[in-house]
Design a protein around this ligand. Structure first.
Ligand code: PHB
Length: 396
């Protein structure tokens, strides 16, 4: 079988936010890349994901021209509400940190990025399956697989990036196994809905109730996103609309939810994961290929963006100046933020959800924890700093 061998400077596997943003920053630095993804453009642009962008993510997307719509179509949120023991407590971000967050769904970021990259002439290929990385330890690694017509292909590069999500294929070449990492599962999941209704609240409500957790989020004036804690094995189609509204409503006492037709439902499993290695030679992992966080801290895509900022710096030093030092520091520096975000996501999750085996002691202790946060400026500030995002590290 003949394969057409091609060459590029950076081969990026995965056209999610991490891979596309990296290709965008590299192009701005004059470094050519090829981005391949197994999925179709339509699938990528329509996958429903979380919606909160940190201040630093928004600033970067706007300043680099990756997304200009984020500032016009996104909504700035200056706070969230933590609700427990029947009362709401607002965490005001600007007064505590000088920063805010933006509600702008990830698939909108993806639409902007795909459009920007294609308009710039980026080599971006959909429907391409990467099977493995060949010559992974050499300085000419290759991605090997089949293209959108089922023909074998190979792309040789100075550097290969795995931005191919939680089921990463590149990960095996970096860590030595497709699963190799630090891992934690949770005994609950989120039942998520999209519905046609006006907003029930102007800001997000994270509610800890005796019946379990609920999150009231928004999408637009006419579409809302809401979640409630459920069993990881729950069947998203087992409940009728009335039962879903009853579950949600019982978990946000004090707010009357605006109900409407539910047109999308899904069950999101909770996992925490960090790959054992983020880099090996001329290969690196970023985004969900490198780590997964439970969604309670709204960190997922923001963490991917922070990885991209670091890897972009490391790659420009390597490829423009033959300076290997930033690349040598990449994993260590990236991991500091990753583990802070892991902690924050785990903490928000455990503080707000009701574990299936929670004792009376656990429930009362949790209420004490929530009070310690909302009644202390230091506590509110820690939450606000983490939620709005720590400044990006730029020294490598
Ligand atoms: C969402 O709107 O989908 C969303 C918001 C905040 C989260 C998770 C998901 O923490």
């Amino acid at each position: 079988m003949t394969t057409s061998a091609e060459r590029t400077r950076v081969a990026i596997v995965g056209a999610g936010p991490a891979g596309l943003l990296l290709s965008h920053l590299l192009a701005a630095s004059g470094i050519e890349s090829v981005v391949v993804d197994q999925r179709s453009r339509e699938e990528i642009e329509n996958t429903i994901r979380a919606g909160i962008l940190e201040q630093g993510t928004v600033d970067l997307l706007a300043a680099t021209g990756a997304s200009t719509r984020v500032l016009t179509d996104g909504h700035r949120h200056d706070g969230i509400e933590l609700r427990f023991a029947g009362e709401g407590h607002r965490i005001d971000f600007p007064s505590l940190t000088g920063r805010s967050v933006w509600l702008y769904p990830q698939h909108e970021v993806l639409r902007d990025l795909v459009a920007t990259r294609l308009a710039d002439g980026q080599d971006l290929r959909f429907g391409v399956t990467v099977d493995h990385v060949a010559d992974a330890t050499s300085d000419r690694p290759r991605i090997v697989g089949t293209d959108d017509e089922g023909r074998p292909f190979e792309i040789e590069a100075d550097f290969v990036v795995g931005a191919d999500g939680s089921r990463s294929v590149v990960r095996a070449a970096v860590t030595g196994s497709s699963t190799g990492g630090y891992f934690r599962e949770y005994p609950f999941a989120w039942f998520g809905i999209l519905c046609e209704a006006p907003p029930s609240s102007e800001e997000l409500i994270y509610s800890n109730s005796p019946n379990g957790f609920a999150l009231i989020s928004q999408r637009s004036a006419t579409v809302q996103r809401m979640y409630f804690q459920c069993d990881p094995e729950a069947d998203p189609h087992a409940l009728d609309e009335e039962a879903i509204w009853a579950e949600l409503q019982s978990r946000v006492p004090g707010t009357t939810l605006q109900e409407g037709r539910i047109f999308q439902r899904d069950v999101l499993r909770f996992r925490s994961f960090v790959a054992h290695e983020l880099r090996r030679g001329r290969l690196a992992l970023i985004g969900d290929a490198a780590h997964t966080v439970p969604p309670t801290g709204a960190k997922g895509m923001n963490l991917a963006v922070a990885d991209v900022v670091l890897l972009h710096r490391a790659l420009t030093a390597l490829l423009d100046d033959r300076d290997e030092r930033p690349l040598e520091a990449f994993a260590e520096v990236a991991l500091r933020r990753i583990w802070k975000a892991q902690h924050f996501s785990w903490w928000m999750t455990s503080m707000l959800h009701v574990a299936p085996d929670a004792s009376d002691f656990d429930r009362r202790r949790q209420e004490g924890e929530l009070r310690s946060v909302v009644e202390s400026e230091a506590g509110r500030t820690y939450l606000a700093e983490a939620y709005t995002g720590w400044p990006f590290e730029t020294r490598l």
